[in-house]
Design a protein around this ligand. Sequence first.
Ligand SMILES: [Zn+2]
Length: 229
Amino acid sequence: MKLTVLGKYGPYGKAGDGAASSYLVENEGEYLVLDMGPGTLSRLQAAVDVKKVRYIWLSHLHYDHTSDFLAFRYLLEDLGHRVTLLTHQEDSDWYRLLTDHPLIAVQNIEENEPVRIGTMTLRFYAMKHTVPCHAIRIEGEKTLVYTGDTMYNENIPVAVRGADCILADCSKPVGFKGPHMTADIAEKLYDEFKIPIIATHLSPGYDPTQDFAACEGITVAEEGKTYEI
Ligand SMILES: [Zn+2]
């Protein structure tokens, strides 16, 4: 299983060369895109033949995780390519805007209802954010968990148990008050489960690398890098 970081910042990209929230997962030739934040569509095209991408999953509908999905439809039209969007159903104008297109099939996900795509089994867990958000557990050749955006909550240990890697929203400085995890919480998570953590969702003006210097199990996500899980 491979994970490529297309964008790691939030709630917007870093000046010059940083993009917001998007990741590409490959498992035995099947691709799954996790979120599609601003600045990442160009990187997706550079990373993969988009015609091979059949599934997109959106953790939640904040703009920094979804906005390039709108421009993506122009590319789908040019390619005559159809995709399935996996996300939870929401009664909102943004949900309707994101989902309403003839080349986009929508599959609404639910907690406790696994979805099988290709050789991957996907499981979803409700997270704690300012809007409905899910973590995804991807079980294939390896098991990868992406937390989406969240504060620490009781579903995180359930989602990550036995996984090979956690891609986690845990890059805020200690003391940060907001709907994301901080560096000290990431260290506690690593101490408890001993699962390698890739820290992501960086604020454009803050680099948590020093926070994790003493914890060898946590690395800060690098845009453009492909990780072998
Ligand atoms: Zn968010």
